[in-house]
Design a protein around this ligand. Structure first.
Ligand SMILES: [Zn+2]
Length: 374
């Protein structure tokens, strides 16, 4: 049985709270922030337990919207070559016949999922990595919680789970909502990948400039799982469907970014004028995948998430092809990105050039982001 130790969570939480009180004067702000963040982690985990609601952690929306506004303004400067880049990436796949998707109904025991997961991670031939993976998969450590939730079957969601970290104690926890389908393997490898990457000081904030590449290890894990399924000739329809979905989402999103040079005109009194965006795109015969509804706040959340997933996917794709060509240091590369290399530097490798000359506000933007962190 994979479950968390709730008593242990309570103990850890209480200890952190006492630490917070006793060290108020001599502890650095940064340390205090980590302690607070870790307390919030246990609050979240204890509150989450027994809940079938698997939505993500409550987020500071104002922070996100503020950041997005600045970020979106920069799209004016995206080099049109991105279309070529995406199309090239599309051609790189041997299986680029992206027509329809098909998911199997074949059920899968969680034990087989665990075995496949170990198989996948062992293929990196990295003893340190394997040690971490085994520790997460050791039931006695209670780092993993797997509950069956067969009613949450939504094929539009590849994975159903989350991971969080206690950055003070440097412990990560993951939750997997299993439906005994191949999706469980995607979720498990995805969340474990998040946990094994050394980003213990990363505090999720949408004003953090590493946000836009935050899902690199997650996107990379999807590519690795798909590759594994193809290699073993199992669940190939599912693998192909997931590959298609990931790729098409990225492609659509990136195309939309390119087309909508005028996003900066779509702000009205600091609010995003979605109706105008949608009708403008419609007049061009285009669909805007970034926004799923007309509620500004929700839309910004999904827009941000799409940004993060699309950019992360592009970076992961590059890493994946490098890895397939025999490149050995892939894990430390992913760690480097995850630890917060400026995402634009990464993205420039794909021809997504942010014309810094033409974008005079770049410095201001970066300064605002720095300030926002506090
Ligand atoms: Zn993820």
């Amino acid at each position: 049985m994979y479950n968390w130790d709730l008593e242990e969570f309570k103990k850890k939480r209480e200890y952190l709270i006492s630490l917070r009180k006793s060290k108020r004067k001599k502890t650095s702000d940064e340390k205090l922030m980590i302690i607070d963040d870790s307390i919030a982690t246990y609050d979240f985990l204890l509150g989450k337990y027994n809940s079938e609601d698997y939505s993500e952690v409550e987020e500071d929306l104002s922070d996100r919207i503020f950041t997005s506004k600045y970020f979106i303004n920069m799209y004016r400067s995206i080099n049109p070559d991105i279309i070529t880049v995406v199309n090239n990436a599309c051609n790189t796949f041997e299986r680029n016949n992206f027509i329809d998707t098909d998911y199997s109904n074949e059920t899968l025991e969680i034990k087989s999922v665990i075995d496949m997961c170990k198989d996948i991670f062992s293929s990196f031939n990295d003893p340190e990595l394997m040690k971490k993976v085994n520790s997460i998969l050791d039931e006695d450590n209670h780092l993993l919680d797997i509950s069956n939730s067969s009613e949450i079957i939504n094929f539009k969601t590849i994975y159903s789970g989350f991971s969080v970290k206690d950055n003070y104690n440097k412990i990560g926890y993951a939750k997997i909502y299993s439906n005994n389908k191949i999706r469980d393997l995607y979720t498990l490898v995805h969340e474990i990948f998040h946990l094994v990457i050394e980003d213990n000081n990363r505090i999720t904030s949408y004003s953090d400039d590493s946000f836009y590449t935050e899902e690199v290890e997650g996107a990379f894990s999807d590519l690795i799982v798909t590759d594994y399924l193809y290699k073993n000739k199992i669940f190939m329809d599912d693998a192909r469907s997931i590959e298609i979905m990931n790729f098409n989402n990225t492609k659509d999103f990136v195309r939309n970014i390119f087309i909508s040079h005028n996003y900066h005109n779509y702000f009205k009194d600091d609010k995003f004028d979605l109706r105008r965006i949608k009708s403008d795109l419609k007049s061009k015969g285009l669909r805007f995948t970034g926004f799923s509804n007309l509620d500004m706040r929700d839309s910004m959340v999904s827009f941000n998430r799409d940004l993060c997933y699309s950019f992360s996917y592009l970076v992961a794709l590059d890493l994946f092809f490098k890895y397939k060509n025999g490149y050995k240091n892939i894990i430390s590369d992913i760690e480097g990105i995850s630890m917060g290399k400026y995402p634009f530097i990464m993205l420039e490798r794909y021809g997504i050039t942010f014309y810094k000359d033409g974008y005079s506000n770049l410095d201001t933007y970066q300064k605002i982001l720095k300030k926002e962190k506090r």
